[in-house]
Each structure stands twice: as structure tokens, then as C-alpha cells.
Design a protein around this ligand. Sequence first.
Ligand SMILES: Cc1ncc(COP(=O)(O)O)c(C=O)c1O
Length: 477
Amino acid sequence: MQICSSKNILCCLITCSLILNLLLLVNVSLRSRSWENSWTRDAMEEAEAVASIHCSGNGRAFLDGVISADHGRPVCECNACYGGSDCTQLLPDCQVDADSGDPTFLEPFWVKNAGSSAVVISGWHRMSYEFSDGSLISEELKKHIETVHAITGNAITQGKHIIFGPGATFLLHAAVHSLSHQHSASASLSNVVASIPYYPVYKEQTEFFKAEDYKFSGDSAKWKEDNDYLKTSSNIIELVTSPNNPDGRLRKAVLEGPSVKKVHDLAYYWPHFTPIPEPADEDLMIFTLSKLTGHAGSRFGWAIVKDEAVYRKMLTYIELTAFGVSRETQLRVLKLLKVLLHNGNGKEMSEFGHNIMRSRWMKLSQTMSQSTRFSIQQLEPQYCSFFHQLRTPYPAFAWVKCEREEDRDCYQVLKNLNITGRAGSLFGTENRYVRLSLVKSQHDFDLLLRQLNKIVSEERDDVTVMPSISSAVRENT
Ligand SMILES: Cc1ncc(COP(=O)(O)O)c(C=O)c1O
């Protein structure tokens, strides 16, 4: 056996001491790093705990929900037609609600991307009124919005200004207000027009604000037909919705001329709803996160504006009414758009949304094809430059027509059959039409389809008495 020399022993001791110090250093640095990160731990645990609350697949609990007196945690918020503390009770005589365009159909995409789309907001996150450059908008978010349009090919942003607002609803009014202040002081009040069937908010909003500068003046197509706009000395603001709400048609402005200003509401101009034939290149275009990613609750929209003076007016409007969009919202939107872009350059979410809408439309069309009492709009396929193929539009709404002579009030006809839609008269047209929302959750769509199937099969059997939806669901579950 070889005995160590004193030189070797010294060498061993130095090496051991070095290794020990190194281990200590690594340990200290790991501990200090875990201390640094620990402020997110509580938030993370809180979020995970709420996400794990069991609502039987018929509801969901949220962090800011009402706290249950029983267990001290947020209560389950149940899907339509379900109740009870864990959403297991099917409610009797429940009406199917197909009224609002609440776009929760994309929720499964965000559940699938739960990790990458989550964002932690610190207590000190951007407390100031302004960003450090004095603006009210995140430059990074603006860049991401431009990239989303560039890869989708649905709007040209180059050489234009971008404004953020708390939703398209807000921006629509900002646009109408700004355009009506564009005209010379001598000009009389501006006429706000839209082609029938139009999105009801245009009329409701314009009339609600009772402004001295503008009024709602009805159907643009009628103005065109009568050539009224060529005769009037006043200005016209035409609101153009493409694809249109309620019927999903791609539309162009119908009025032309120096007195006509246009606002293009392109809320649904995304590949999950419609083929994108070409990028829109209009003077004033409005988009909303609600219909792009489904986050209607975040209240975020943007306007793309060509004219510098109009842009400045809209900016002033936003500064004096809301002083911009909440920084928390901007942070969240940035995160969502990053997820969208990082997943196949927007392809994954668009395909996901498109597949849901296609499946819903196939089922709905199959049901409606068996009815002579009700019909729905027919839309032609078009080339989509985003998917590089011919694509059928799958709009957010079914525009249902009651075909029987006596069914003049289609809304009431469906209401009596346990389905609540939105009456045609609100869209400026006959009540023979009713709009049914197809963008709500899968649960909502399933209830709607079940009830429609029941109505159509009873139409075929010529049975007039309808059971409530709860008994229809019970039979099928
Ligand atoms: C055509 C159209 N424009 C604007 C909006 C409003 O969008 P936001 O949720 O951003 O206010 C909607 C909402 O349904 C819509 O259908």
C-alpha cells in the first residue's frame, strides 16, 4: 500500500476545500435565486388552486369570483341551464340563449395554452399614467399587432397610425365623433349610415349620444338608390361591416364622393370566420381582440387610421374620455399575441377556431336542410390568401329566416320554441329574420343544436307541442 506524501496530502486538502467552496457557492446562489422568485409563488398557487376547483365540467371558478360561505373559495359559475354548487343540476324550463356574440368558442385553445398564455402582474406594474416615452400605448404591443396583420394578410398597416381603445364599441364612437368634427364649421350635421342589415350598436350608440354634430340616418343602400347623398349639403359617415354582423357577408362601402367618410368595422375579418381574399387598405379600420382571440372581457380594440388629422382627433377623444387603455390589459394582450404568433405564425389558433366554426356550421346546415319552416344564409367559398386555398366562410352568426307566411315575428316563434336569438328589427330589417349566435361555448352550441334538431324533427312529424330544453337535454344525456 502506498503511503501519501505530505505534498500529496496538502494537494488533496486544497482540492477538497475548493470543491466544498464551490458547492457552498452554488447552494447560496440557488437559494438567493429562489428567494428572488418567491414573490410569484403565492400568485401561482392561488391561480392553480382556483383552476382546480371542480365544477363538473359544466362551469368554471374564477379568482375574482364570489367566495363561498361553505368552503371559503370562489364559487362555481355554471354554464347556461346548469346550477348547484358544483353545476350538476340541470335547470328545468331553461331557454337556450343564442343572443349575444360572446366569443367563448376559443376558450379551449387558451386552456390548451394555459402555461404560455398566463401572465403575472406585479403590484408595481406600470403604475404611472403614461409609458416612459409619455405615450399611452405599448410600442411592443403595437409592433405585435402590426406583425399579426402582416402574417394574416388582412390589413395594411404601413404608413398608418394605430390607436388603442377599450374595445371596438368605444373606438366606433371615437371614429364617428372625430369624422363629424372633420368637416368645416359651416357644414350641417353629419349623417351616419350603414347598410341593412346592420350591427345594432351603430344606431343605438349614435342615438344614445344625441350629439349636435351627427345623427343616425338609416340605410346606406337607400341613400345610394335615392342619390340623396349627392343632393344633400351635409356630410355622410358610412359604417361598413365586413364580414357583416349579422349575415357574415364580405362588404364594400356603397357610397362614394367627397362628402362621404367611411369607417370599416373589420371585427370579424379573421381567417377563422372568413376567407381573406386580400388585405384591407381603408382610411379608417377598426379591429377588436374580442373576435380575434375571444377575449371580449379584456376590452381591447384598435383602429388603423390613414389621415393624420383624424388620428389626432381620435387620440384627443381617447385622452379626454379614458386616458388610454389599462396597462394591465395591454400586458395581457401582448402575451396573448405572442402565443398566437409563436404557434405556427397564427396558423394554429386560426385552424383551431376555423375547425370549431366549420364543425358547427356543418351540423347546423345539416339540421336546417331538413326544414322548410326555417332557412339560413348561404355563403360562397372564396380564395383565402392566409390558408392558400379556397375556403368557405363560417360566420359568427346564423341569420335565420322564418319561411312560413304566418311566422312574421321569427324572434317570437323561436322564443316560443325555447330559443332566444336577436330580432331582425334591431338590425334595421324585418322581424321575419332572427340572428343566432354560434360563437358561444361548445356547451351553448350543443344546447342550441339539440333544440333545433328537436324543432325540425317535430316539424317533420308535424307535432306542435314543444317540451322544454331541460327535458330535451335529459333525454340526450
Ligand atoms: C361588428 C362588430 N363591431 C364591433 C363589436 C364590438 O367589439 P368590442 O367587444 O371590441 O367592443 C362587435 C361585437 O359583437 C361587432 O359584432
